[in-house]
Design a binder for this molecule. Structure first.
Ligand code: NAD
Length: 409
């Protein structure tokens, strides 16, 4: 099953349970627009290289489309479509006035200099500037893109359309970014972990977490969960991992990662491979790296009682079924990792109103929206006896479906 087929599978499963009918199902399933561009740049050595860039705009019934930009060698049209549709459902689950989009460039950015990366980003904006915008489609950071990349996007777009900070979120604080955006997805994961704790009687304090990925999402989740009393027993990144059943010294791990660029080689534990991390002895597993890592065979070996999806689409549908049969509670991406897009929304609101919120306001509002979303999803799950993922889709499809019909077909 491809990534797009996998998200379509979850959508269809919920749509059939809701009995939305073939007409609405057809309307909601197809993306509005799929754009592929060739981004050619001059490398520092004078050579010309061309990269494929994508922007998929899935749905705008509830508002301008919103979704990250990923720079990774595995970016393609299928994966971008899958991630764009996830954004439609995610923004609806947290009740943000947005639709869904996603984009990316098929590139290994670690092989490019900062100047090359800037040229690539600006050239990409040249090619999509007519389809994005503060009231159309607002990009944000995702895998291998960061506040600096967002700053270049804002600058390049503004050359065409005038000063436009609200065209992109996840910008640096010094350039219209929002306080609390950098840690928002990790913080949202913590808030959802606290809600789950209340429901299943597993308080964050003293609970053992394993986290795959130590980038924006994984590292902030590790820091905030550790500060809340959670025990981080294993982490990894693309270079390697480290485990310690007694709990890793998270501040020291941050120091090590800052100095070396990886968690690999941290001397406060022993080395830990990817599969070992995913199946290690822990209570909560947080995949926070790439999609599709929890396959059917890995899912059968996972020892965690709860899977909190920090990454987008980390579970294949086959793995999802295995978890359901085994009674492993899966908290779906469209709920668990929605903290990032929620604070992106706060950033957009601040930009449009020319105001700045303090961090307390950001975190208070974030907690409120995440708790409300969790409550709604958990309530559907309880009353209709559905898994959390299907319940989240039921909530989202209901909201997007209503907006679609009200606007007129
Ligand atoms: P990032 O680029 O900041 O970090 C990615 C991390 O994953 C890095 O530590 C990298 O080394 C690691 N990684 C990559 N391949 C790996 C592998 N095979 N095994 C182990 N680790 C690996 O990206 P991010 O923004 O943290 O995004 C991570 C995931 O979270 C993605 O699925 C993304 O779509 C999702 N997400 C991100 C945000 C956000 O606000 N950044 C919001 C919602 C969801």
């Amino acid at each position: 099953m491809t990534s797009a087929e996998a998200t379509a599978h979850y959508f269809k499963k919920a749509a059939r349970i809701m009995d939305v009918g073939e007409r609405i199902e057809t309307l909601l399933a197809a993306p509005l627009r799929e754009v592929k561009v060739q981004v050619s740049i001059e490398l520092d050595n004078g050579e010309i290289r061309t990269f494929n860039g994508y922007r998929v705009q899935h749905d705008n019934a509830r508002g301008p489309m919103k979704g990250g930009l990923r720079y990774h060698p595995l970016v393609d049209a299928d994966e971008t479509l899958s991630l764009a549709s996830l954004m439609t459902w995610k923004t609806a689950v947290v009740n943000l006035p947005y639709g869904g989009a996603k984009g990316g460039i098929c590139v290994d950015p670690t092989g490019l200099s900062s100047k090359e990366l800037e040229r690539l980003t600006r050239k990409f904006v040249d090619q999509i500037q007519d389809i994005i915008g503060p009231t159309r489609d607002i990009p944000a950071p995702d895998v291998n893109t960061n506040p600096q990349v967002m700053a270049w996007i804002m600058d390049q777009y503004s050359k065409y359309h005038g000063h436009s900070p609200a065209v992109v979120t996840g910008k640096p604080i010094d350039l219209y970014g929002s306080r609390g955006r950098e840690a928002a997805t990790g913080r949202g994961l913590l808030y959802i972990a606290r809600e789950i704790a209340r429901d299943v009687g597993l308080p964050v304090k003293g609970t053992r977490f394993a986290i795959q990925g130590f980038g924006n999402v994984g590292s902030h989740a590790a820091r905030l969960i550790h500060e809340d009393g959670g025990i981080i027993v294993a982490v990894n990144d693309v270079n390697g991992g480290v485990k310690n059943p007694k709990g890793l010294d998270v501040p020291a791990l941050f120091d090590h990662a800052r100095k070396t660029g990886s968690v690999k080689g941290f001397n406060g534990g022993s080395p830990c491979g990817t599969e070992e991390l995913l199946t290690c002895d822990c209570d909560v597993l947080i995949p926070a790296a790439m999609g599709g890592v929890l396959t059917k065979s890995v899912a059968a070996e996972v020892r965690a009682k709860i899977v909190l999806e920090g990454a987008n689409a980390p579970c294949t549908p086959e793995a999802d079924e295995v978890f359901e049969k085994r009674g492993v509670l899966v908290v779906p991406d469209i709920l668990a990792n929605a903290g990032g897009v929620t604070v992106s929304y706060f950033e957009w609101v601040q930009n449009l109103q020319h105001v700045t919120w303090d961090e307390d306001r950001v975190t208070t509002e974030l907690e409120k929206l995440m708790r409300e979303a969790y409550e709604r999803v958990a309530n559907i799950s309880r009353t209709r006896k559905l898994p959390l993922r299907t319940s989240a889709y039921v909530l989202a499809i209901g909201r997007v479906g209503k907006a679609t019909v009200l606007r007129g077909i």
